[in-house]
Design a protein around this ligand. Structure first.
Ligand code: XMP
Length: 513
């Protein structure tokens, strides 16, 4: 039986990814597709429903994205949101104008509870608005199903044709009853049974990958991070030994991390994959000798990774497919509907130029981070790996200010391990966005026993953030900080001072370099 699916047709709005996610929260599979997708392609996919997203344009301008009128005749239910609602009205003969007053933010909306979209929604409810144009007149055959003092058509519907539209954004959490509206659309109007679960995603993906890859050979650069790990396990379940994972241990990983990754993915682990661990620590320390400039350090670390990957790939021989752990936010970055190759270069730093492969495989490109984590748990990947906090590609190389040496790597590894252990013990880890220890380039005078010391200062950082673009300093309990500080100076040789970074982002960044 074909899987039930809703398509989100992307007209360039900022909440597109959220819509797909909210639909999946209704246990219905959902994918975002560009509005350039043809009618024939849509029919081929046979979705149970289509959602038109918002977008920054005005429908009455010729250059704005439009869609053929025939889409409304397919008999597939459609929900238009914001720009999508205006597009529906405009295409079907309604009138769209610049609103006399723009509406932004929380807005009281009066809805018609007898409309199928608003079943179970309170008559006067709060919705999230963000528009300058509005539907001044609904097309013939439509009824107005919601209004605000500014918006004569805050929502409209034509139940016979299963067409629905809202000027506001039901996908945004600020729309208090938005999820009820989306559930009404997906389950009641489109008639989806809501039987999709992450395990169905895992099963279907494994099956599709198997069909696609056939007897081909697959290569994956495994970092031990959540995304590449989940992608590797999916592939290994699909094609077993046809997959080879290359894990470059650059000697800039957290304490014991290399061994932990190997324990899971290596020959002793539960997965049947060809695992190649390249211990390149000395090679990295050599290349980083005397280098203090942050960008230069980053470049060397990235370049060396590519060189090592090339060497390993040559040993393996011809490869048909390259696996990437690209997830939805990465897809957005590269622009919807554009070739994934741009992003793959970005992710793996130019690998495709040298590795002889036919195609890039990106099994997670439709998922959000927390959905990837759910898939990881579904695949039996240990929770400690699934819930790892983000760790930058250049690793400790950018958490050691100034020159990187093996001695400094050990100092920061030990300090960081103590910090993570105490934060975990205090039970506050789930509340923090990211936290780690870094090594300053500063040495200062201290006293230990009866002796003068002249040692390094370790700096602790902890931030709260939802998107990592901005961040606030986390207010760690003093007891935890005191314990960590005392343990670090006592247990880590070469450190006599511990500082706490109280800077947000901006003006600082999360990492130090
Ligand atoms: P910044 O330091 O820019 O970090 O505030 C924001 C987030 O990105 C992570 N980060 C990186 N991740 N490669 C990565 O994969 C990198 O070069 C890199 N630099 C920073 C950082 O850990 C934080 O989560």
């Amino acid at each position: 039986m074909k899987q039930e699916m809703i398509i989100v047709l992307d007209f360039g709005g900022q909440y597109n990814q959220l819509i797909a996610r909210r639909v999946r929260e209704c246990s219905v599979y959902c994918e975002v597709r560009p509005y350039t997708m043809s009618l024939a392609e849509i029919q081929e996919l046979a979705p149970k429903g289509i959602i038109f997203t918002g977008g920054p344009n005005s429908v009455y301008e010729e250059a704005s994205p439009h869609y053929k009128k025939e889409i409304f005749e397919l008999g597939i239910p459609i929900l238009g949101i914001c720009y999508g609602s205006q597009l529906m009205a405009y295409t079907l003969g309604g009138r769209v104008e610049t609103a006399p007053v723009s509406e932004y933010g929380h807005t009281k909306v009066h809805v018609d509870e007898s409309d199928a979209l608003f079943a179970g929604v309170t008559a006067d409810t709060v919705c999230w608005m963000s528009h300058t144009d509005y539907i001044a007149k609904a097309p013939e055959g439509f009824q107005v199903t919601a209004t605000t003092p500014v918006c004569p058509v805050a929502a409209m519907s034509c139940p016979e044709k299963k067409l629905y539209a809202t000027q506001f954004h039901p996908e945004v959490l600020h729309t208090a009853e938005g999820q009820t509206m989306l559930r009404n659309f997906v389950c009641e109007i489109c008639g989806c049974s809501g039987d999709w679960k992450m395990d169905s995603f895992v099963e279907t993906t494994i099956r599709t990958l198997r069909e696609k890859i056939g007897g081909g050979r697959v290569l994956c650069a495994l970092s031990g991070g959540v995304d590449s790990s989940v992608a590797a396990v999916l592939l290994s379940k699909a094609v077993g030994k046809q997959l080879t994972c290359v894990f470059v241990d650059h000697g800039l990983l957290r304490k014991n991390e290399g061994d932990e990754v190997e324990a899971i993915f290596g020959p002793e682990g539960p997965y049947e994959l060809n695992f190649v661990r390249v211990n390149a620590a000395q090679r990295y320390y050599e290349r980083l000798k005397g280098v203090t400039e942050p960008e230069q350090k980053r470049k060397i670390i990235g370049e060396e990774f590519i060189r090592i990957f090339e060497e390993e790939a040559r040993k393996i021989g011809a490869v048909d497919f390259l696996v990437q752990g690209t997830i939805y936010p990465d897809v957005i970055e590269s622009g919807q509907g554009k070739s994934a190759v741009i992003k793959s270069h970005h992710n793996v730093g130019g690998l495709p130029d040298v590795v002889d492969f036919k195609e890039i495989v990106e099994p997670l490109r439709m998922l959000f981070k927390d959905e990837v984590r759910q898939a990881g748990l579904e695949l039996g990947i240990p929770a400690q790996l699934v819930y790892r906090q983000p760790f930058p590609g250049p690793g400790l190389g950018i958490r050691i200010i100034g020159e990187v040496t093996e001695e400094k790597v050990h100092i920061v590894q030990d300090a960081d391990a103590i910090y993570r252990e105490e934060v975990a013990k205090a039970g506050i880890a789930p509340k923090l966005g990211q936290y780690f220890a870094a090594l300053t380039n500063m040495r200062s005078v201290g006293v230990m026993g009866d002796f003068r010391t002249y040692d390094y200062a370790v700096v602790l950082r902890a931030v709260n953030t939802s998107d990592f673009m901005t961040a606030e300093t986390a207010e760690l309990p003093w007891k935890v900080l005191a314990k960590v500080s005392s343990r670090i100076v006592n247990e880590v040789k070469g450190v006599n001072r511990v500082l706490y970074d109280c800077t947000g982002k901006p003006p600082a960044t999360i990492e130090f370099e």
